[in-house]
Design a protein around this ligand. Structure first.
Ligand code: HEM
Length: 142
């Protein structure tokens, strides 16, 4: 087993995105946004970390984001307890992989107001959440 790195900052604290986002966007837009995010990851240098079928993989992430953005707890209903850091341990994620992941997401957010009806006033808070949460997914020293 490789050495697991634990970020000294610990789990993210107090950066949950606004739960109003779900009611303003709707479930379909969240699924569409995350599917497009996975299409972005597919073109990226960390594509090899992900399974063959990116569309299928995107659905698990979408279920998680529906819950996080204020919708029903779809992820828990379908796949059980999220425990995201534990679920990511089998993938070697270092700081540079995190940057690639985050940049793919930021790219999708650029047109998200028009494309997915993402509420503009909540974008900054959501970016903060992604930045903080992704730090906690890092499990490998660069
Ligand atoms: C730090 C950069 C990150 C990388 C490189 C990364 C990479 C991955 C990989 C390789 C998978 C597995 C795909 C699969 O087998 O289906 C995955 C799944 C997932 N990731 Fe990440 N991830 C990162 C950050 C995050 C963050 C910040 C979140 C949430 C805010 C997140 C949420 C998820 C979810 C919900 C899944 C699906 C888990 C499942 O299969 O049930 N990831 N991620």
């Amino acid at each position: 087993m490789r050495d697991i790195y634990t970020p000294p900052s610990g789990p993210p604290q107090g950066v949950s995105p606004s739960r109003e986002i779900y009611s303003l966007m709707g479930e379909e837009n969240i699924f569409k946004m995350i599917e497009d995010f996975y299409m972005e990851l597919e073109k990226s240098s960390i594509r090899n970390l992900f399974p063959e079928d990116m569309k299928e993989a995107s659905k698990r992430s979408s279920a998680f984001f529906v819950g996080i953005l204020g919708g029903p707890p779809l992820y828990q209903q379908l796949y059980g307890s999220p425990q995201m850091r534990a679920r990511h341990l089998k993938f070697p994620i270092d700081e540079s992989a995190r940057q690639v992941w985050l940049n793919c997401f930021l790219h999708i957010l650029e047109n998200s107001v028009q494309k997915y009806n993402f509420p503009e006033k909540h974008i900054a808070g959501f970016k903060l959440f992604l930045d903080e949460f992704s730090k906690w997914m890092v499990n490998t020293k660069s």
